[in-house]
Design a protein around this ligand. Structure first.
Ligand code: F3S
Length: 390
């Protein structure tokens, strides 16, 4: 891969070991993917920062990188805990200490303490055709598909390396020729909830596994629907981008109908009482918090109900009184954290109801949790009915 004189100096350690390490990561990645050179990026989003997931080894890596500062606007993914309310959640001192050291290292690098998988809701919104380096698969699909920015599906180390160098190798979805559809997907089904959008994305991912789907027959009308669709698609596959604008291309066709959607829902269909109700994968928008607040009429009893969001959205909701209202009805509104990258079963949760196919997929696969997947509306109506049943 071609390197400029400056890049060579950085690789040889002239600007310090952290920058040299970041360059080694980018050069290795570039050479593996036949990139011609590095290109400048406008922003980065760093995933892989949960202490539960990366442990001591990952913490050591981040501490070494923290000798450098990031060169572009950089946000970060959720941690394994609410950085303020972790004691309420039963997180151990040991895990909290590791997570707080990671948070401090990110701060030292000038990474914005967003701790969210929805950086696009808190100001990190790249413009059309801009090159960025984002980790977090759901945000990658959202950025490529709905913002029309250009990013590969980075891992935590490569996104961090790009943030430090301010560049990424030129390959994959940064190149126009790799942003064309590879398969036509016809949706013969009308989603009526965010959960349905998440399920449609999930089924497309499951069916095609890779490439770029040209999706027909699906109307995505707002960013919550786009977010749910993106997360489902990314959870079930290596797909990092979809195209929803019609294109006249002769392509292999995959059809998805209502019967198939019902069959997929059956995969996540426990009937047991939930230990935990969880909304917020990806992190809730202000509108979702408002919606749930309106839906719950009376305080909930005998059920643990979590909603996860970003600090930025939390603060907006707090100012409008939504957080206090939800909390008064028995909903814990948590920020900074992701339920999938924490020790959910150690906290005593064995069965979870959620409206996110991504959360359902990973909770079942990685944690062996029993999951029911259904819309927020049916979750709230079921728990309200159960509470009223003598
Ligand atoms: Fe976000 Fe975690 Fe879901 S990072 S998309 S809440 S799995």
């Amino acid at each position: 891969m071609y390197l400029t004189k400056e890049e060579e100096k950085a690789l040889e350690g002239e600007y310090g070991e952290a920058i040299a390490m970041a360059m080694r990561i980018l050069v290795t990645l570039g050479e593996m993917n036949n990139a011609e050179r590095l290109i400048k990026i406008n922003s980065a989003h760093v995933s892989g920062i949960s202490y539960v997931n990366i442990g001591e080894e990952g913490l050591e890596f981040i501490l070494k990188m923290a000798e450098a500062k990031v060169k572009v606007r950089t946000t970060c993914n959720p941690a394994c805990m609410d950085l303020e309310r972790w004691r309420d959640l039963g997180i151990s001192e040991h895990i909290a200490e590791g997570q707080l050291r990671i948070a401090e290292a990110l701060r030292d690098m000038n990474i914005e303490e967003t701790f969210t998988c929805t950086p696009y809701f808190v100001g990190n919104r790249p413009s059309k055709d801009s090159h960025v380096s984002w980790g977090e698969s759901s945000a990658v699909v959202f950025a490529n598909t709905f913002l029309e920015a250009r990013t590969n599906r980075e891992g935590g180390p490569s996104a961090l390396a790009s943030a430090i160098v301010g560049k990424t190798p030129l390959y994959g979805l940064h190149l126009e020729e790799n942003r064309r559809p590879t398969v036509r997907v016809k949706i013969e089904y009308t989603p009526s909830s965010l959960c349905d959008y998440s399920m449609v994305g999930y089924i497309i991912g499951y069916r095609i596994q890779r490439g770029i789907p040209l999706v027909e027959g699906l109307k995505v009308q707002d960013e919550d629907q786009a977010k749910a669709f993106s997360a489902g698609l990314a959870a079930a596959s290596n797909v990092s981008m979809a195209i929803l604008k019609p294109q006249p291309q002769p392509l292999e066709v995959v059809e998805i109908d209502e019967k198939e959607v019902k069959e997929y829902y059956e995969r996540f269909n426990i009937h047991e009482k939930p230990d935990l109700i969880f909304i917020g994968c990806p992190h809730c928008s202000l509108e979702e918090l408002m919606y749930v607040d309106l839906l719950i009429k009376k305080p909930l009893k005998g059920v643990e109900f979590w909603m996860c969001t970003s600090r930025g959205v939390y603060m907006k909701a707090k100012r409008r009184g939504i957080i206090d209202s939800l909390e008064s009805k028995g909903v814990k509104v948590l920020k900074d954290m992701c339920i999938v990258v924490t020790k959910i079963r150690d906290m005593g949760y064995e069965s979870v109801w959620t409206n996110s196919s991504k959360a359902a997929h990973y909770l079942k696969l990685l944690h062996g949790v029993k999951v029911r997947l259904c819309s927020i509306k049916s979750i709230v109506s079921s728990i309200t009915k159960r509470a009223n049943t003598p």
